[in-house]
Design a protein around this ligand. Structure first.
Ligand code: GLU
Length: 292
């Protein structure tokens, strides 16, 4: 079977050197494996996604020399697929409506010993998980906004042992067969209050729908893999091979952000940089080979 790779940017800003590194690494690994390369626009966040950013991303990637198959998959066009995945989780009784507001969560978890996820966000309090279904239905009928969260402990019992193959490395040098520990995320969101899916749910649904065999991305998403492997198992989807890579950082060692104009590919291009200059700036040789 021919390998399938994908690059999956969110159209909420301009691409910067970090994205250039990620896209070029991904594309080079795909070429080396003789794979197909796909582009996916992750635009479920309606407030932050803009068509002009999508157009700019496509232009910048093409300028860098990356090529992909068409049509491009746009997540906002596949809400029905995410809905079907949610129905499956609901039918297995592995999700519950979560009603707490940000403020309520902050107050309930303001204790130094409260568990936090890898991004430092406090785990969701177990209050709504214990709510009687009739009570939850009443609140929904009353129009109280709710997200859907996964009952992680219940889901893990259902799923059994979980692992993935890591060909790159995690932030602490993790490599090889990695044991997935989704409990590190607590009861994570599978459907947001404002949009009927979540990053994790949309990514696993799309990776499977597109036949993705290799996920190449920055090691800031290494721990997200545990949640995604859990969802894959619950939904009966295959787990791809993962290749997490280093991040491009600024002079102070911080991850680049989309608001950092100095490293935007458009700005660098306007200032006369060539695609070869960009490769050199992110430490990739002309062949696209580089460190993990
Ligand atoms: N859309 C995500 C981002 O731009 C990447 C998702 C992924 O590669 O799994 O950070």
């Amino acid at each position: 079977m021919q390998p399938v790779f994908r690059f999956a940017p969110s159209p909420n800003g301009e691409l910067h050197l970090g994205h250039a590194y990620a896209a070029l690494r991904d594309f080079a690994l795909c070429r080396k494996a003789g794979g197909r390369f796909l582009l996916r626009i992750e635009d479920i966040d309606r407030n932050r996604s803009r068509p002009e950013f999508e157009a700019a991303i496509i232009e910048d990637l093409a300028w860098l020399g990356v090529t992909w198959e068409t049509p491009v998959r746009r997540q906002s066009e596949h809400m029905a697929a995410y809905g079907a995945a949610l129905d499956r989780l609901r039918a297995a009784n592995l999700v519950y409506p979560a009603f707490m507001t940000r403020g309520e969560i902050a107050r309930a978890t303001a204790k130094p010993e409260w568990p936090r996820d890898p991004e430092g966000v406090p785990h969701y309090p177990p209050v709504d998980r214990r709510l009687k279904p009739e009570e939850a239905d009443e609140r929904i009928a009353a129009g109280i906004p709710n997200a859907l969260r996964i009952d992680t402990a219940g889901a893990m019992e259902f799923a059994g042992a979980l692992s993935w193959r890591e060909m790159g490395e995690g932030p602490a040098g993790e490599h090889g067969v990695i044991t997935a520990r989704p409990e590190m995320w607590g009861d994570f969101i599978v459907s947001r209050k404002d949009v009927a899916t979540s990053y994790h749910l949309a990514v696993v649904t799309d990776d499977a729908a597109q036949g993705v065999t290799h996920v190449v991305r920055g090691h800031d998403l290494f721990h997200a893999t545990a949640a995604q492997v859990l969802l894959q198992r619950l939904l009966g989807l295959p787990t791809p091979i993962y290749h997490h890579h280093r991040l491009i950082t600024d002079a102070t060692g911080r991850k680049l952000s989309k608001s950092n104009r100095d490293t935007s590919l458009r700005a660098l291009r306007k200032a006369g940089a060539t695609p070869e200059d960009i490769r050199a700036m992110v430490g990739l040789g002309s062949s696209g080979k580089g460190r993990r």
